[in-house]
Design a protein around this ligand. Sequence first.
Ligand SMILES: [Ca+2]
Ligand SMILES: [Ca+2]
Length: 184
Amino acid sequence: MPISEFRRKKLLYVFNVFFDVNQSGTIDRKDFELAIEKICTLRGWPSGTPQSKKTYDSMIQIWDGLRQRADSNKDGQVSVEEWSSMWDEYAKNPENALEWQTQYMRFMFDLEDASGDGGIDVDEFTSVCSCYGLDKSECTEAFHKMSSGNKEVSYAQFKDLWKQFFMSENPAEPGNFIFGKTSF
Ligand SMILES: [Ca+2]
Ligand SMILES: [Ca+2]
């Protein structure tokens, strides 16, 4: 069965905003290097600090995992088609997520939970999403929709919302908002 228009839009959005950082039309290592820079600048972690090294190591591991699984023609680039078919597989069986997918989910949660107290609040969420170029007021609205009006989102809740984002065909479900966009 082909991927529905709604799910395709969501996958393209994550591809364009969170992965293809230099907007070249494909994902490669350079995009990850740019994302690392963005994150370290946002957090104020100069290169050489343990936090910047940890960010670098996690992101490069995520890239290696993504590349190994999705870059089927081995050209060092992940295309929109390779990306979409990989997430379509995930949606069929999210309990069997690829290692990099789980690692990325955890990475994003830890990044957003800047205070490290185990919950993401609206300011934490908005600061990370806006560093990827998203509009702050839309991120704020997206947070309230994903948290269903609660002040914080825990990791257990985040995991469920994450799964919903990639699987849901229902635009009203809260998981659709975890990447800071309010409509697709
Ligand atoms: Ca790119
Ligand atoms: Ca927090």
